[in-house]
Design a protein around this ligand. Structure first.
Ligand SMILES: NC(=O)c1ccc[n+]([C@@H]2O[C@H](COP(=O)([O-])OP(=O)(O)OC[C@H]3O[C@@H](n4cnc5c(N)ncnc54)[C@H](OP(=O)(O)O)[C@@H]3O)[C@@H](O)[C@H]2O)c1
Length: 298
């Protein structure tokens, strides 16, 4: 059985990646203590020593606001370590799968962003994620970088769980209505990427060849778009029978909810390249959220 190194296996995406891949591959899932991306050189050496058949980098510095104060640490984890892991992957001749974000875009567009549209991150987090994309592309590895957006899951820290907690505590929510994007269930990411890896695995095709033939950046999100406010309303409506009180959701403007980091106002991603290259269908965000919410312990 081929061995997959899943870095960040306890995160939202990493956890779902484990669920999807373990029938097909032997999984090696180091803890952040065992493989710490804050020390890029050592992380690269650890990858070399583990010598997996494929690397899935699901780890990242994802605290968007805190990154404004910890830009150097975010850069080490999100970019420098990605470069080292890319170099290790190239040296081993194995592919690497990586994730990036809609926050590489400035958000002043009105149509879904395509992969080659001009980037322009507004935040330190976005800058470090963009640096990671570029570092991986320059590393010489066979790679897929999947830019995704507004990730949530039944497990981990995310918007959906914050909304549910707030609804139960306070019964009223004020949610930003002038930022638009595509909520994406972590399991959707894992199922799509798992499917892409299983095809060559089943066919006996070397993974490095399969990834290398289609290497590059792809947008991978659910279909459709919404605002944080509409997403919160959807969550509250779906969970209404299970919530312990009536809940009101009030739309507010971004300037009424100050955050340390600036977010793009519009960050919907165009997924045509992914769908055309791999022939995958992506779920509408409401359908995916419906399935996830059914699993949410409330
Ligand atoms: N969440 C979103 O809305 C979103 C949107 C767009 C793109 N993305 C991208 O999608 C990918 C997965 O995100 P996610 O939401 O699954 O993130 P997550 O839930 O925050 O998980 C990140 C994982 O990385 C680990 N990690 C953090 N620092 C580390 C270090 N120094 N060394 C090793 N591991 C470390 C974390 O471990 P600890 O918990 O122990 O620190 C955690 O397991 C990331 O590349 C992210 O940038 C996420």
């Amino acid at each position: 059985m081929k061995r997959a190194l899943v870095i960040g296996g306890e995160g939202q995406v990493g956890w779902e990646m484990q669920r999807v891949l373990h029938p097909f591959m032997q999984l090696v899932v180091p803890s952040p203590g065992e493989l710490d991306l804050a020390h890029p050189r050592a992380a690269g050496q650890a990858v070399l020593a583990l010598a997996p058949d494929v690397i899935l980098n699901c780890a990242a510095y994802t605290a968007v606001d805190r990154a404004e104060q910890e830009a150097a640490l975010a850069q080490a984890i999100n970019a420098d370590a990605v470069h080292e892991m890319g170099r290790a992957a190239a040296a081993l001749g194995v592919p690497i799968v990586h994730f990036s974000t809609d926050y590489v875009f400035p958000g002043d567009g009105r149509a879904p962003y395509r992969e080659d549209d001009p980037v322009g991150p507004l935040s330190a987090y976005g800058h470090t994620k963009l640096a990671g994309e570029l570092a991986l592309a320059a590393s010489g590895a066979a790679y897929w970088t999947f830019r995704t957006s507004w990730v949530y899951a039944a497990r981990g820290r995310n918007f959906v769980k914050a909304i549910v907690a707030r609804a139960q505590e306070a019964g009223s929510l004020r949610v930003v209505s002038d930022q638009r994007g595509s909520p994406t269930w972590a399991r959707t990411l894992a199922e799509v990427i798992g499917g892409l890896l299983v095809v060559p695995l089943r066919g006996g095709r070397p993974l490095a060849e399969a990834v290398g033939a289609t290497a590059g950046v792809y947008h991978l999100t659910s279909r459709g778009e919404t605002s944080w406010y509409e997403f919160a309303c959807f969550v509250v409506d779906q969970l209404a029978p299970r919530l312990n009180r009536p809940v009101t959701v009030t739309p507010i403007a971004t300037h009424e909810f100050q955050t340390v980091a600036v977010r793009p106002a519009y960050s919907v991603l165009d997924t045509t390249r992914l769908r055309d290259t791999f022939g995958v269908a992506l779920p509408h965000w409401q359908d995916a959220a419906h399935l996830c919410l059914a699993d949410l312990p409330v």
